[in-house]
Design a protein around this ligand. Structure first.
Ligand code: TXA
Ligand code: MG
Length: 340
């Protein structure tokens, strides 16, 4: 349903009643519920087919609301200073910060962890929805900010939705807020006591951008690199690594243009190609994520392109890795997981 004042008010009513709503954000569409309602959170896990050990991200309207939710720490620990620096630079936006879990957040939301992932989204419809939820009597009576838990609105392991039509999970309604401008999920970081920032998931805020704010030496990428190392050494065994973001069609990731061309030449059956600057490539279906090689543009187009290739009746999708710079790291991470 097109997002309007009336449909947003209706969606807020559903959330307050413990129902689920498809919510646009600037990264991907989320499957939203009232984050402080454990029954609603359980319905999110059920609707997505998500394993209960994988925690949900809690969305709030502002950095002040994030602190109201988790509580200001005593003293001025290094991690809290990092939260202030990072929230000033990247909120609202595609950054999720892993913070100490307050008692008010149900254990099911954090999958039993002592921490909670918190994000302030930028999309005006998400922001208006949180505001409208805060006005609902059950929520207003809590004395806490409106909190919306929302994982990406895909079935577990499938491609994330970057437009309303791609939201295929059970929910009361989907608010259509147009195509997502960032196109990959948020970067998940944990500000640490020793003053460093651990990157747990690559995403819409690049590692370089984090480094500009807190200092390059303080950023440690822990998610995404172990997998690469293992894969390059042949240690990643199917079944022990998490296949994710995957189309139904078989997908293979090629390291460079020569490998892509060779794979297309040797392909039996119908083959598709995905990458950037794919001028002159011939295949049964081609998704050039950015003809000029702009990696921000490529990220915005990634999931819709994967959906289209999956609908193109192909035997194999051949992906070419993009430069490992800026949002290119997040794109390669998604392509790699989709290719398992
Ligand atoms: O951009 C996004 O982050 C989107 C939109 C809807 O906000 N949401 C999203 O949620 O991608 P999801 O559930 O698909 O991915 C959340 C990621 C998971 O990898 C989860 O393990 C991690 O965040 N996460 C959440 N809470 C965490 C915590 N307390 N500690 C470590 N990782 C956490
Ligand atoms: Mg997801």
């Amino acid at each position: 349903m097109e997002a309007s004042e009336a449909s947003i008010a209706k969606a807020a009513g559903w959330l307050a009643a413990g129902e689920l709503v498809g919510m646009p954000t600037e990264t991907v569409y989320g499957l939203a519920c009232d984050a402080l309602n454990p029954t609603a959170a359980a319905a999110v896990f059920a609707s997505k087919g998500r394993p209960s050990f994988d925690p949900l991200i809690v969305h709030v309207a502002s950095a002040e609301d994030a602190w109201r939710l988790v509580g200001q720490p005593h003293g001025e620990p290094s991690w809290a200073r990092l939260v202030d620096q990072l929230s000033e630079a990247f909120w609202p936006g595609a950054l999720t910060m892993v913070l100490p879990k307050p008692a008010a957040v149900p254990g099911i939301v954090t999958a039993g962890l002592e921490t909670v992932g918190v994000r302030v989204p930028l999309h005006p419809v998400a922001r208006r929805l949180m505001e409208a939820l805060g006005e609902q009597p059950v929520v207003a009576g809590r004395g806490l900010p409106a909190c919306v838990a929302a994982p990406s609105a895909n079935r577990f392991g499938e491609v994330s939705p970057s437009c309303a039509e791609h939201v295929q999970v059970a929910c009361a309604m989907v608010l259509d807020g147009g195509a997502c401008v960032t196109g990959v999920e948020s970067t998940v970081v944990r500000p640490m006591d020793e003053g460093t920032v651990s990157v747990l998931r690559l995403g819409g805020v690049s590692v370089e951008a984090l480094g500009e704010v807190v200092g390059e030496a303080k950023v440690r990428v822990v998610g995404g690199t172990h997998d690469d190392e293992a894969a390059s050494q042949g240690l990643a065994s199917p079944g022990t690594t998490l296949k994710h973001y995957a189309p139904r069609t078989a997908m293979r990731l090629m390291g460079d243009r020569a490998a892509l061309l060779a794979a297309i030449k040797n392909a039996t059956g119908r083959c598709g190609a995905i990458g950037v600057a794919l001028h002159g490539i011939e295949a049964n279906a081609i998704e050039d994520l950015s003809p000029t090689g702009d990696l921000t543009e490529a990220a915005a187009n990634l999931f819709a392109a994967m959906h289209r290739l999956d609908e193109a009746d192909l035997d194999v999708i051949l992906a070419e890795a993009v430069p490992e710079l800026g949002l290119g790291r997040a794109i390669n991470d998604r392509l790699r997981r989709a290719s398992r």
